[in-house]
Design a protein around this ligand. Structure first.
Ligand code: CO8
Length: 256
């Protein structure tokens, strides 16, 4: 049983709802541990093709838990390698869709950016306000935000701590779609179901290839993509997908 998250599954989609409403879903270490465990289980489950992470109408997550962090010391954070566990979220191999309404601040924004697709409600507000607390982003904010929205906007957000609304986030390339708040979960689940209906290994290899773009030169990335593309012709799902198209019927992927 989980104390800080709700975990459900339906139609090959896992759904994790952050559930610390009194603290606007602030990410304490217990919540992060539960989240990583649930994501890891979905990642290894052959009946799950995609996961949605969401919060409440008011907050996706208002950051790392400030009350939990306030008394920490440098040797302690270093020795414990604070937030190392959170890196495991970005290491998941199956896609994760973040459905964001309300505040996605600090660690909340960083959590959304560790997901593969961010869908925002028109109420969403993103920001890296850590500087106002005398710290800075600690689970990838300075790196992922810069890659997603560019250096100028990332610098603006990280140095002023201001919030950016959903329209600005979409314009900047942080989120892929903005929808009315009432439709957020339906839209995110539909996206996840669509992904989960594809061949799982192809989905995973595609995620890996897209992520390569952040890690390598264009020539290396293209080479990696070509090798993986060639390898897909060894799968039954390539045969099925192309046969289904030619026979004008939906594919029945076997995920292999
Ligand atoms: N941590 C702990 N408690 C929080 C947090 C938080 N990040 N955010 C909100 N809360 C609590 C409040 O203390 C309050 O509790 P209580 O009712 O007991 O007083 C409750 O949630 C409701 O909050 P507010 O009364 O403040 O609600 P408002 O609507 O007035 O304001 C805001 C909403 C603007 C979101 C405001 O709560 C706020 O500014 N929160 C802090 C945002 C922030 O600074 N986030 C960054 C945190 S630092 C961080 O994330 C570092 C990242 C490093 C790695 C992270 C790893 C996961």
């Amino acid at each position: 049983m989980h104390e800080h998250i709700l975990v459900e599954r339906a139609e090959r989609v896992g759904r994790i709802t952050l559930n610390r409403p009194k603290a606007l879903n602030a990410l304490n270490s217990a919540l992060i541990a539960e989240l990583v465990k649930a994501l890891t289980e979905f990642d290894g489950d052959p009946d799950i093709g995609c996961t949605v992470i969401t919060g409440s109408d008011r907050a996706f997550a208002a950051g790392a838990d400030i009350a939990e962090m306030s008394g920490l010391t440098y040797p302690g954070t270093y020795l414990d390698d604070l937030f190392r566990l959170a890196d495991r979220i970005a290491e998941r191999r199956k896609p994760i869709v973040a459905a964001v309404a309300g505040f996605a601040l600090g660690g909340g924004c960083e959590l959304a950016m560790m997901c593969d697709i961010i869908i925002a409600a028109d109420t969403a507000k993103f920001g890296q306000p850590e500087i106002k607390l005398g710290v800075m982003p600690g689970i990838g904010g300075t790196q992922r935000l810069t890659r997603l929205v560019g250096r100028t906007k990332a610098m603006d957000l990280c140095l002023t701590g201001r919030m950016m609304d959903a329209a600005e986030a979409e314009r900047s390339g942080l989120v892929s779609r903005v929808v009315p708040a009432a439709k957020l979960l339906d839209e995110a689940m539909e996206v996840a179901r669509t992904i989960a209906s594809m061949s799982i290994p192809v989905v995973m290899m595609t995620k890996e290839a897209v992520n390569r773009a952040d890690e390598t030169s264009l020539a290396e990335g293209i080479r990696f993509e070509r090798r993986v593309f060639h390898a897909l012709f060894a799968t039954a799902d390539q045969k099925e997908g192309m046969a289904a198209f030619l026979e004008k019927r939906p594919p029945a992927f076997k995920h292999g």
